[in-house]
Design a protein around this ligand. Structure first.
Ligand code: HEM
Ligand SMILES: [Cu+2]
Length: 648
């Protein structure tokens, strides 16, 4: 491979990105060195096993990825703003919709939610950390390495361009030569293993580490959705792992799983991909439902209406999510009987979903609603999500799908669902739990500007696309003609996209502004909360979370304590607490994983082997590691808790 194929040069857009990455990289190194922060970064963050810190790092990276995926989106919308635009050629456009879709789902939505789970779930169930803190750090670094590998593709070697679904034979060596598709395969593979481990970790945490007295049916709704989501992860991700491995073998070693020749089956890829891919949609939707449930109940000052029905409906949704995957290829020749079956299962999902919608509405009914920013996002979620859901039912009718298939109707539908549920929930959850993480709220006034501008931009962007779709505009095209008559609606849509971009800048500004000017919180209970995370001793919980784990006797445990006048932080006698030690091993292992990934992308097998040996060496090292944590002394707890009490 020649040097100028290795580092992408010649494209002004990419050159601009390269320069800005270089400048911000040098800037970061300079700032860290100047303020002598390297040790702090290493000790407090990179090697930390504290679930809250790992959660914050997940969220930080998710926001960065929202920026990257958002720039991709704005470039696509610019190209489509008017007929016969020449901003992006077709290959470049293909690369961008591929990286946009992949990044938004795998590296933005999922880590954002996993970040919130990490921060919140152990607190909500009264645990000191997750079940496997070492593994938690390893999952994080595995995710970061996968993310990094995927992201460098556009500078080094070239981006994948076969769509986020990577259909064969489009993704094969013949039609898609070069390293781009390998980046997709290895980036997703590595980060997917991290996600799988997170799923196991969360499941065990929730089953085994709940505070005394907390029965399953007393768990907060976000914990419930995390539990069910983790189960979906544990069932669905192995399918992805295998499918990606098979495609990697096809591309690197000439096997024939999905090729057109020698018995390979392209449709097998489509099936495997969507057996993972459809549940994936619920992996990012169910936690969102959990977040809205917490927020709606807190700010309506009522317990969640129909709690049991809510639980059963998420269980029903999770089961159904595995029975609908064929709706992604109704038009690919499954036949009438199969299509009808999957049509019906797909429509069936709207029943438990409808139950949840009514429960949220009934929670608000006669509640004392306070319209804080997290609550505004939760209220806006309902109508916007219903628009996405109803158009989903329209798509679920196989016969009708022959008409809408691969048009902008679909693009609009899934953005309505993904943005109104997942993205709104990420914003709502971030704002809601922000004081728990950082000790101050985000500014409410700026937050409302952000809210209104984003929601307006979102509808201006995606609503017109339904009509473009009904008018026959296909998805994944980079150019259309004047005679198609799609100019006006496309132009409006692009304006909407830029309005969302503006809103994002307001969010970032709000983070900066609030860091400077918001009053520091002195109690841990920022919103008069109902669940245990608000019972920890101060605004930023100490690393051991609870000095003494509270006992739980009902749902909304902290609310009950407040009603009964019990202060969970009034503790007669402290006892020493056992905590896990920090670890550098996952980070080192991550570096070796990077070697494996990068080596395989370019088929430099020696590098892959070196990386592989490194990974096994780390595992061996770990198995002789007898460090099983340390005790936080009573004096230190007394000291910490006293400071928290004084702050109050
Ligand atoms: C925030 C504003 C967003 C805008 C303006 C936007 C815009 C777009 C555009 C223009 C396309 C390409 C359509 C085509 O040519 O077929 C697209 C595709 C896609 N978007 Fe977005 N998007 C946004 C957010 C999101 C989010 C938050 C997610 C997921 C959580 C997402 C997931 C996807 C996926 C999966 C695709 C399909 C990619 C493919 O065809 O392979 N988008 N988006
Ligand atoms: Cu689906």
């Amino acid at each position: 491979m020649k040097w100028d194929e290795f580092i992408i040069t010649g494209d002004p857009l990419i050159l601009g990105a390269q320069i800005s990455i270089l400048i911000s990289g040098i800037g970061a190194v300079f700032v860290l060195t100047y303020f002598k922060k390297w040790k702090w970064l290493w000790d407090e963050w990179i090697t930390s096993v504290d679930h809250k810190k790992l959660g914050i790092m997940y969220i930080l990276i998710a926001i960065l990825m929202f920026f990257r995926g958002g720039i991709d989106a704005l470039m696509m919308r610019t190209q489509l703003a008017a007929p016969n635009m020449t901003f992006l050629d077709s290959l470049h456009y293909n690369e961008i919709f591929t990286t946009h879709g992949t990044i938004m789902i795998i590296f933005m939505a999922m880590p954002f939610l996993i970040g919130l789970m990490n921060v919140v779930v152990p607190l909500q169930i009264g645990a000191r950390d997750v079940a496997f803190p070492f593994l938690n750090n390893l999952s994080f670094w595995t995710f970061v390495i996968g993310m990094g590998l995927f992201n460098i593709s556009f500078i080094i070697g070239g981006s994948p361009s076969a769509g986020w679904t990577s259909y064969m034979p489009l993704a094969s060596n013949e039609l898609n030569p070069g390293p781009g598709q390998n980046y997709y395969l290895l980036g997703l593979q590595i980060s997917g293993i991290g996600t799988l481990a997170t799923g196991v970790n969360m499941m065990v945490t929730i089953f085994k580490m709940r505070a005394k007295g907390m029965k399953l049916f007393m768990m907060p709704m976000f914990t419930w959705t995390t539990l069910i989501t983790s189960m979906i992860i544990v069932l669905a991700f192995p399918v992805l792992t295998i499918a990606l491995a098979e495609m990697t073998f096809d591309r690197l070693f000439g096997t024939h799983f999905f090729n057109l020749t020698n018995g390979g089956m392209p449709m097998l890829w489509a099936n495997l991909f969507w057996i993972w891919g459809h549940p994936e949609v619920y992996i990012v939707a169910l936690p969102a439902f959990g977040i809205f449930s917490e927020i709606i109940s807190t700010f309506s000052k009522k317990r969640l209406f129909g709690y049991n029905a809510m639980v059963y409906s998420i269980i029903a949704i999770s089961v159904l999510s595995f029975l609908v995957w064929v709706h992604h290829f109704f038009t690919m020749g499954s036949g009438a009987v199969v299509n009808s079956f999957f049509s019906i299962t797909t429509m069936a999902i709207s029943i438990p979903t409808g139950v949840k919608i009514f429960n949220w509405l009934l929670t608000m009914h006669k509640g004392r609603i306070s319209f804080t920013t997290p609550m505004l996002w939760s209220i806006a979620f309902i109508p916007n999500f219903v628009i996405g859901g109803v158009t989903g039912v329209m798509l679920a009718m196989a016969a009708a799908d022959y008409q809408y298939h691969n048009t902008y109707f679909l693009v609009s539908h899934f953005h309505y669902v993904l943005i109104a549920a997942t993205v709104f929930a990420c914003f709502a959850g971030l704002i809601y739990w922000y004081p728990k993480m950082f000790g101050h709220k985000l500014n409410e006034r700026i937050g409302k500007w952000f809210f209104w501008i984003f929601v307006a931009g979102f509808n201006i962007c995606f609503f017109p696309q339904y009509f473009l779709g009904l008018d026959g505009m296909p998805r994944r095209i980079n150019v259309y003609g004047v005679e198609d008559g799609w100019f006006a609606l496309n132009f409006i849509s692009t304006v909407g996209a830029f309005i969302m971009g503006l809103a994002f800048i307001i969010l970032v500004y709000n983070i900066y502004y609030s860091f400077r000017y918001s009053p520091r919180e002195t109690t841990g209970d920022s919103w008069d909360g109902r669940t245990l995370e608000w019972a920890t001793s101060s605004a930023i919980p100490p690393h051991y979370n609870f000095a003494k784990v509270p006992e739980v006797t009902s749902m909304d445990a902290y609310w009950k304590m407040k009603e009964e006048g019990i202060d969970p932080n009034k503790i007669e006698k402290y006892e020493k607490i056992h905590m896990p030690s920090n670890t550098a091993l996952p980070f080192v292992m991550g570096c070796f994983m990077f070697l494996v990934g990068f080596g395989l992308v370019f088929e430099w097998f020696w590098m892959g082997i070196v990386g592989g040996i490194g990974i096994f060496a780390c595992m061996a090292f770990r198995s002789f590691d007898y460090n099983d944590g340390y005790y936080v002394s009573v004096e230190e707890i007394e000291e910490t808790e006293k400071r928290a009490r004084e702050a109050k």
